[in-house]
Write a protein that binds this ligand. Structure first.
Ligand SMILES: NC(=O)C1=CN([C@@H]2O[C@H](COP(=O)(O)OP(=O)(O)OC[C@H]3O[C@@H](n4cnc5c(N)ncnc54)[C@H](OP(=O)(O)O)[C@@H]3O)[C@@H](O)[C@H]2O)C=CC1
Ligand SMILES: O=C1OC[C@@H](O)[C@H](O)[C@H]1O
Length: 425
């Protein structure tokens, strides 16, 4: 009961953060589109950031833009995306348009001298990502800041989980996320090929990022790719689910499993004490057996450990998460290999703020109401102000390119078309 109240309180705080006064030089953000995600991803996080003002919104439909602005207290409404980008009072453009419009509107915003917070996946494919992140505009003095908004990696739970992984000894990584069928309509932007949809482009991007981050290197090859296409009558170039297996240079395997129309894999309404875990998004890392020093043992015996580390709810750890560290210890005879004894040790960690982490983050001002998006916003502003600390978390443009290369490789392995490139230059 106490932990349920804590969970409810934490989530209430995230939705209702404190609202300190804005500084006189606060950065002004313009929103492209009256999107579903902006309230969670930037409008609410901005409330508690003294240096961020949500100043303007533009939507294709003026009435929709006006209604959105009124609902969220946004002072300026623009009649078109271009008008927003041309607004000289705006410093930052937040781009949560459908994936297929990310490249064009991010580049237009950069060309207008704006910083850009760009929703994931950054672009439609690796060719676009390369053009965008290696654009000369980003490599001149005082270049604007461009960030692919992979919010989850900014959270201390993810960083702490990563510190528990023993990279050289990883044998496999499994990242999964599902959404039950019916949550998204069949004509959602995520299921339209022309808008660069697909489950791999959506939930799958988190899995790919987690896998790459955990491994700390790039896969050599996508060795298996199993898409489930949209139902008949809908866009058959789009995957509603995707499972991809990747081989890494040290032989380790990575598997990404995502489903935006899951049936029978979601626990509701058959909740039992065990089931809630079954379909929760998670990242699981298994390691090979390692020998550890155990001075209490006779010379003829050895002590080995196999470790598995799981982060439950890796995409939205601020709502709830748990890190499981499970170790299987074995003592065996060196010569014969005979097992002398075996036991399991399991511990759990929860890390909602840096103060709860075994890692330290110098100068962090975080608080219990910070979501993954709020952590990211802090780093984004610090980067714009050129005051990022030595422990700064970031997503480099080159990583965004690698991310899209892995996605492309999986679509190619599945025999599917790559998502279409924009003709904008
Ligand atoms: N970081 C995160 O946690 C999340 C990120 N995302 C990402 O954010 C982006 C948007 O997702 P979400 O907010 O759910 O999407 P929405 O369905 O709300 O679409 C976003 C906006 O796209 C605009 N749009 C422009 N052209 C089209 C078109 N042809 N068809 C439909 N919409 C169009 C609409 O703008 P207008 O108002 O002008 O009509 C709409 O407001 C995606 O890239 C997604 O991957 C999504 C959810 C979570
Ligand atoms: O990024 C995302 O996170 C939350 C999901 O519901 C959504 O489909 C996805 O775009």
């Amino acid at each position: 009961m106490a932990s349920f109240l804590q969970l409810a309180h934490r989530n209430w705080q995230i939705a209702h953060p404190p609202q300190p006064a804005k500084t006189s030089n606060a950065l002004r953000v313009g929103l492209l589109g009256a999107s579903n995600i902006a309230p969670l991803a930037i409008i609410i996080p901005a409330k508690s950031h003294p240096e961020i003002i949500i100043a303007a919104v533009a939507a294709r439909d003026a009435q929709k833009a006006q209604a959105y602005a009124t609902k969220h207290g946004i002072p300026i409404v623009h009649m078109s995306y271009q008008e927003l980008i041309d607004d000289s009072s705006i410093d930052i453009i937040y781009n949560p348009l459908p994936n297929g419009l990310h490249f064009e509107w991010a580049l237009k915003a950069l060309q207008a001298g704006k910083h850009v917070l760009l929703e994931k996946p950054s672009t439609s494919n690796a060719a676009e990502a390369t053009r965008l992140f290696r654009h000369p505009i980003l490599h001149k003095p005082n270049a604007p800041v461009l960030l692919e908004a992979f919010h989850s990696r900014f959270h201390p739970a993810w960083q702490t989980f990563m510190s528990l992984v023993d990279r050289p000894n990883i044998t496999s990584v499994y990242c999964m996320a599902t959404l039950f069928a019916g949550w998204l309509p069949n004509d959602d932007i995520r299921f339209k090929y022309d808008l660069s949809g697909g489950s791999l482009m959506d939930f799958g991007t988190y899995g790919i990022l987690c896998m790459r981050d955990i491994m700390g290197t790039e896969p050599v090859e996508c060795i298996e790719a199993v898409p489930r296409l949209m139902p008949e009558g809908f866009d058959q170039d789009c995957d509603s689910a995707f499972r991809g297996k990747f081989k890494f240079p040290n032989g380790a395997l990575g598997e990404v499993d995502c489903d935006l129309m899951a049936k029978g894999r979601w626990p509701f309404p058959y909740l039992t004490s065990r089931l809630p875990y079954i379909c929760l998004p998670r990242a699981v890392v298994t390691h090979k057996e390692v020998t550890i020093s155990d001075p209490g043992l006779p010379q003829t015996q050895q002590h080995v450990v196999v470790k598995k580390v799981t982060l439950w709810n890796h995409m939205s750890p601020m709502l709830w998460h748990r890190i499981d560290i499970e170790e299987t210890h074995t003592v065996r005879e060196k010569g014969s290999g005979r097992e002398v004894k075996r036991w399991d040790v399991t511990r759990h960690e929860k890390v909602y703020t840096w103060a709860e982490s075994s890692l330290k983050k110098e100068g962090s001002k975080d608080a219990a109401h910070w979501s993954t998006y709020r952590y990211m916003l802090e780093e984004f502003v610090d980067r714009i102000r050129a005051r990022q600390g030595k422990d700064a978390v970031w997503m480099q443009g080159e990583e965004s390119i690698k991310q899209m290369k892995v996605i492309d490789s999986a679509y190619e392995k599945a025999g599917m078309k790559l998502r279409p490139s924009s003709t904008y230059r």
